[in-house]
Design a protein around this ligand. Structure first.
Ligand code: FES
Length: 102
């Protein structure tokens, strides 16, 4: 297995039973997950792995997305425009300050 250069974890609010019912799921994280994966392909980004996750314990600021190895946590990722901004920043080696969780 080749390790990814960037690993993007998108909270989809899965419960331990596997059912997606958490806050991020209710806020449309699964739809954004699809957009994110398509956008990564469209941009031809190599070495970027996307994984959905269960609750990342920041529900009040969801949908939540984390990028490693930078350890950048984003909150209120609610639109395709937000995803575009996050990918632009990742490619530029910066962050979207307005969305960063601190
Ligand atoms: S359901 Fe996403 S942070 Fe809790």
């Amino acid at each position: 297995m080749e390790k990814p250069e960037h690993h993007i974890i998108v909270c989809c609010g899965f419960r331990t039973t596997g059912s997606p019912q958490g806050f991020c799921h209710k806020k449309g994280a699964i739809n954004l997950l699809g957009y994110l994966e398509n956008e990564i392909n469209d941009r031809g980004l190599e070495g970027v792995q996307v994984t959905s996750s269960g609750c990342l314990k920041a529900c009040d600021r969801g949908p939540v997305m984390v990028i490693h190895p930078e350890n950048v946590w984003y909150g209120k990722v609610e639109s395709e425009d937000a995803i575009d901004q996050i990918l632009d920043a990742m490619e530029a080696g910066s962050v979207v300050e307005d969305l960063v969780l601190s």
